[in-house]
Ligand binder design. Structure first.
Ligand SMILES: Nc1ncnc2c1ncn2[C@@H]1O[C@H](COP(=O)(O)OP(=O)(O)OP(=O)(O)O)[C@@H](O)[C@H]1O
Ligand SMILES: [Mg+2]
Length: 274
C-alpha cells in the first residue's frame, strides 16, 4: 500500500467510525434496456451526515436515489436501513423506513395553502370525520416556524410563494412525518443566491437535528459548504467517495470529468487508472 493509499484508508476508517450507519447500499444495479443506469453502486449514510452525490448529466445520480426512495426497483444489490436488510419496492415502503424524497419538481399542490400541502393525502380529521383545518394549520405553523421562522404566508396558495419558500414547504412536508433520512435532488437548482442561502441554512439545521441527507447537486461550492462527504458517479458507477476535508474542489472535478480518484478518496468500480 502506498503512503497515499494508507492515508486514504485511515481517513475512511475515521469516516466509518462516525455514529450509526443509517443506510448501506451494496452493489446496487439497475438497467433500462441495454443501459446500465446504475452499475454495482455502494454507498453509505450515517446519522446526521450530509453526503453529496455528484456527477455529469446521465451519470446515474437520480436513478440511484430513486432506487432508495422506492420509485424504481433495483435489479440486484442490497439495501440495509439502520443495520437491517430493507425491502424497498415502492415509495410507501421507503416512507415506512423514514426515508422521504424531495424531487426537483417539489410536487406541491399549487392551488392550496401550506397546511393543505403538508397534509396532502394524509389529512387530519375531527371525530366527526371532517377535515381538522385548525389542527393542520397549527402543526404547519409549528413545523414551518422551526424551519423558516420568518414565514407568515399561511393563508396563501403555495403558487404565490417564492422558490425558497416553496422549497421549505416541501422540506416541512418531508419532516412532518418524522423522516430520518432525506433525499434532496438538486434542491437549489431553480433558486436565486439569497434563496439558495436560505435552503443551505435549512439543510444545516436538519443535520443539526440528526437527520441524514443525500444531497444531489451540481454546485460544487454548495457541496463543499454543506456536505460531510462526496460520492462521485460516472456512467452509472461510483468513481469514489471522500470526506470533503480530504479532497480539493479541483480533485472532485477530476473525479467528475475524468473518473480520476485522488489520494484522499476511496476508489469505487468507476475509477479509472491514470
Ligand atoms: N426511466 C428510464 N428509462 C430509461 N432510461 C433511463 C430512465 N431513467 C434514467 N435513464 C437513463 O439512465 C441514465 C442515468 O440517468 P439519471 O437520470 O440517473 O442521471 P443523473 O445523474 O441524475 O443526471 P442529471 O444530472 O441529468 O439529472 C441515463 O442514461 C438515463 O438516460
Ligand atoms: Mg438527475
Amino acid at each position: 500500500m502506498s503512503s497515499a493509499e494508507a492515508a486514504a484508508a485511515s481517513l475512511n476508517q475515521a469516516d466509518t467510525t462516525l455514529a450509526d450507519k443509517v443506510i448501506e447500499m451494496r452493489d446496487v444495479s439497475i438497467a433500462f434496456g441495454g443501459i446500465r443506469a446504475v452499475d454495482k453502486a455502494s454507498l453509505d449514510l450515517h446519522r446526521g451526515e450530509v453526503v453529496a452525490v455528484l456527477g455529469h448529466n446521465g451519470a446515474g445520480k437520480s436513478t440511484l436515489i430513486k432506487i432508495l426512495s422506492g420509485a424504481y426497483k433495483r435489479d440486484s444489490g442490497s439495501i440495509h436501513v439502520r443495520g437491517a436488510e430493507a425491502r424497498i419496492d415502492n415509495p410507501r415502503d421507503a416512507k415506512a423506513y423514514g426515508i422521504e424524497t424531495i424531487y426537483q419538481t417539489l410536487a406541491l399542490a399549487d392551488n392550496v395553502d401550506t397546511a393543505a400541502n403538508l397534509y396532502l393525502g394524509r389529512e387530519l380529521r375531527t371525530w366527526m370525520g371532517t377535515l381538522d383545518d385548525a389542527a393542520m394549520e397549527s402543526k404547519a405553523r409549528e413545523v414551518m416556524g422551526r424551519l423558516n421562522p420568518r414565514f407568515q404566508r399561511f393563508k396563501e396558495p403555495v403558487k404565490a410563494l417564492s422558490g425558497g419558500q416553496r422549497q421549505s414547504v416541501a422540506i416541512a412536508r418531508a419532516i412532518l412525518f418524522d423522516a430520518q433520512i432525506l433525499i434532496m435532488d438538486e434542491p437549489t437548482a431553480a433558486l436565486g443566491p439569497q434563496e439558495t442561502a436560505g435552503v443551505a441554512d435549512l439543510i444545516k439545521q436538519l443535520k443539526a437535528d440528526g437527520i441524514s441527507i443525500f444531497l444531489i447537486s451540481h454546485d460544487i461550492e454548495d457541496v463543499f459548504d454543506l456536505a460531510d462527504r462526496v460520492a462521485v458517479m460516472k456512467n452509472g458507477q461510483i468513481v469514489g467517495t471522500a470526506p470533503v476535508h480530504a479532497v480539493t474542489k479541483d480533485e472532485v472535478l477530476g473525479m467528475i470529468i475524468l473518473g480520476k480518484c485522488p489520494p484522499g478518496a476511496t476508489a469505487g468500480p468507476g475509477a479509472v487508472d491514470i
